[in-house]
Design a protein around this ligand. Structure first.
Ligand code: FAD
Length: 382
């Protein structure tokens, strides 16, 4: 049985590592060129780090990553709404880190460079009795596979191919910006400042660099479309307190990655001989920073289902059903929890409702930490 992995992002690379460990023959294709770089920073909560440990990547991760130990939520003027430690129960033996996305990509890619076929896209799938014939663009010849693993991200073309009726992509009503900026000797722990509908996150990824994420309601940006991304950030966040003005003062427009927050309404784990992992399966909003973690959990679960069925002389179909059963409820919970604030965002324009949200944060603690605590108590693939 040969497997095809489509996409060499976080999910596809982690999958390739697991297949290598299981000694399963596979191809992996990636539509980007070999040297194309993308991305800014990435924050990895406890479950992403647990998964990377299982993938045998803890040491290289800790060489590149910055450890954080608390989360603060505040108002735009800097007054603290709530603060939570990440070093006590249930996270006593866990760590939370952040790093450059390209460093995480390099850690996952180590040893796989020659295996990946870059600038190559799967274009057509012909289902046969016990395999799928896949056609590619470029020089790669068509081939038969026992299983296709779609790791091609939130706009998954494979998902659209196998689920043409699927209209579950949700584009949330925010414009967001991500960047990595310099801030010498900042001494910061992750800090989130909330306006009514806006938010600015400053998450340290080294002693002098910050991973930033900010969003505003997309409608707000319409009159300012002629401003560049840095000018827009400075316009919308000019009255935010430290460290936002210092960060924005030193930022270059080329370092900013603008976008929309996109998630999927309904997870998809498999369709016939195709498994879906990572964002292609269950992209969710960034509140819980579960993008990489959930991709790694998919990979570890699918890997152990395939291994079990190989040992028991079972079938691909059984492995895929097990994969869906083991992942469904955890993934659904993550998606609901992460999407909820984005769905309610417009209502925050009402000062009473955003005031109530702030009271809730004061009472229960930062929303992401509350969510991570719940996740730590649910069964996962560790
Ligand atoms: C604003 C924002 C902030 C975020 N912050 C965080 C964070 O701090 N922490 C976190 O864990 N997650 C975060 N995420 C989510 C995270 O980026 C994704 O969940 C993660 O990248 C998913 O990995 P993936 O491999 O599934 O998809 P991707 O990273 O999108 O990789 C898919 C790959 O497939 C390739 N591809 C696409 N189509 C094809 C094709 N047809 N053929 C071949 N290759 C193809 C693409 O080129 C790409 O390399 C954030 C997301 C957003 C939008």
């Amino acid at each position: 049985m040969k497997i095809l992995v489509i996409g060499a992002g976080i999910a596809g690379l982690a999958m390739a590592r697991v297949l290598t460990r299981l000694k399963i023959d596979f191809d992996i294709v990636e539509k980007r060129g070999r040297n194309d770089e993308h991305g800014t920073g990435i924050a990895l909560p406890f479950n992403a780090v647990r998964c990377l440990k299982q993938l045998g990547l803890y040491a290289p991760l800790m060489e590149k990553a910055h450890k954080v130990s608390s989360i603060t939520y505040g108002k735009t003027n800097g007054s603290v709404l709530s603060r939570a430690k990440l070093t006590s129960k249930p996270f006593k033996d866990d760590i939370f880190v952040a790093l450059l996305r390209k460093d995480l990509q390099a850690i996952l890619m180590e040893g796989l460079e020659d295996k990946i076929e870059f600038s190559c896209e799967a274009t057509q799938f012909n289902e046969q009795k016990s395999s799928i014939e896949v056609h590619f663009n470029g020089n790669k010849a068509s081939a038969q596979y026992g299983l296709v693993i779609a790791a091609d991200g939130v706009y998954s073309a494979v998902r659209r191919y196998f689920e043409p009726q699927d209209s579950s992509t949700l584009v949330h009503p925010v414009k967001c910006w991500r960047f990595v900026g310099h801030l010498a000797n900042h001494g910061l722990e992750p800090t989130y400042l909330f306006g009514k509908t806006d938010v600015f996150m400053a998450y340290p990824i080294s002693a002098d660099r910050i991973y930033g994420y900010a969003h505003v309601l997309a409608d707000k940006t319409v009159p300012y479309h002629s401003l560049n991304n840095l000018e827009q950030l400075r316009l919308f966040f000019s009255d935010y307190s430290d460290p936002i003005p210092q960060l924005l003062a030193q930022l270059h427009v080329r370092d900013i990655l603008p976008g929309r927050v996109v998630s999927v309404a309904k997870p998809l784990f498999h369709r016939r001989r195709v498994a879906f992992i990572g964002d292609a399966s269950s992209a969710c909003s960034p509140l819980l920073q579960q993008g990489a973690a959930s991709a790694f959990e998919d990979v570890l679960t699918l890997g152990s289902c395939l291994e079990r069925q190989m040992q028991q002389q079972g079938s691909i179909k059984m492995a895929l059903n097990e994969y869906k059963n083991e992942r469904s409820s955890r993934v659904q919970w993550i998606m609901n929890y992460s999407d909820k604030p984005y769905r309610a965002l417009r209502k925050m324009n009402n000062p009473i409702i955003s005031g109530l949200r702030n009271c809730l944060i004061r009472l229960r603690g930062p929303l992401n930490v509350t969510g991570w605590k719940r996740l730590a108590k649910m069964p996962g693939p560790f």
